[in-house]
Design a protein around this ligand. Structure first.
Ligand SMILES: [Fe+2]
Ligand SMILES: [Fe+2]
Length: 287
């Protein structure tokens, strides 16, 4: 771990002399590897909730693990990056790998899929850099993309928590809460680095975010590079999802007004007309 760490009363850890923070929680204490869901939670579940959650996890598990690929890629260009960014990235990777393991355990205890099978699935992934090359131009574009991606994850996990995690008992519900909190901290950490290290380029942020949004909409599928994994589930969210997120990001950087509370709430509560729950389709083997 790089930097001098200090833990505050809320359990958050920060690297002194920077405003990078980390939510501290113990996965083994919350969800041991042999955890079994109390059967009454599963007995009461509507079948669509169970099936949708299995389909959702079959994709989310692995996209969290793709953080290792992105980390390795950025490390291969470490001489272009600032020490503060690389220190933040170490905390970020530790969180994302914890998410990967938390979702592996959740997936295992809900579906029975064993860990060896997940290892096999993960090892066979092909990570394609070309489609997202534009966002990896430099530290600045990576940080802006990180803000976009992490705040998207906050709202999609908030939706998942409400629609799925909370129905599977306290432990799984708490995992969902930590996912939301961690992704929120990743968003804030990227914002702090942009404000302190790249303030001279803040004028470029709005146009870059618009380009990222256009790129994401054009991708059609997720290319297993961690960034822009939302491309595979845009149908679950209102069409103005990215517009609201962009306004939220600009406000966080002091570049605009905060979107209204109801507009933000709609991002995770919206359902298409005629649905009670947005359906989640089974992966096609290309997760
Ligand atoms: Fe994550
Ligand atoms: Fe994250």
């Amino acid at each position: 771990m790089q930097g001098i760490k200090a833990i505050d009363r809320s359990g958050s850890v920060s690297i002194r002399a920077s405003r990078v923070r980390q939510n501290i929680w113990d996965l083994d204490a919350l969800l041991p590897i042999d955890y079994i869901i109390p059967p009454h939670h599963l007995e009461l579940l509507p079948s669509e909730v169970y099936t949708n959650f299995c389909n959702l996890l079959s994709r989310d598990v692995y996209s969290e693990g793709d953080a290792q690929w992105l980390y390795n890629y950025i490390q291969s260009r470490a001489d272009e990056m600032s020490p503060e960014f690389l220190a933040m990235l170490d905390l970020w990777l530790a969180d994302e790998l914890k998410h990967y393991e938390a979702l592996r355990r959740t997936y295992h205890c809900i579906t029975g899929v064993d860990f060896a099978e997940m290892n096999h699935q993960f090892a066979s992934r092909v990570h394609e850099i070309k489609p997202i090359e534009m966002v990896l131009a430099d530290e600045f574009t990576i940080l802006v993309t990180m803000m976009f991606d992490e705040i998207g994850s906050v709202y999609s996990y908030r939706r998942d928590l409400w629609e799925y995690y909370r129905h599977f008992g306290t432990a799984i519900q708490k995992i969902g809460h930590h996912l939301v909190k961690d992704e929120g901290m990743h968003f804030n950490n990227a914002a702090e680095l942009l404000l302190t290290k790249h303030h001279h380029r803040l004028g470029e942020v709005k146009e870059l975010l618009e380009q990222i949004s256009v790129l994401e909409k054009s991708l059609q599928k997720y290319h297993k590079t961690f960034f822009l994994d939302h491309a595979q589930e845009q149908y679950r969210f209102p069409s103005h999802f990215n517009l609201v997120l962009i306004r939220f990001i600009l406000a966080r950087l002091g570049l605009g007004l905060q979107p209204e509370r109801l507009g933000l709430q709609e991002l995770w509560q919206w359902v298409p007309t005629g649905y009670r729950l947005v359906p989640i389709f089974a992966g096609d083997g290309d997760r």
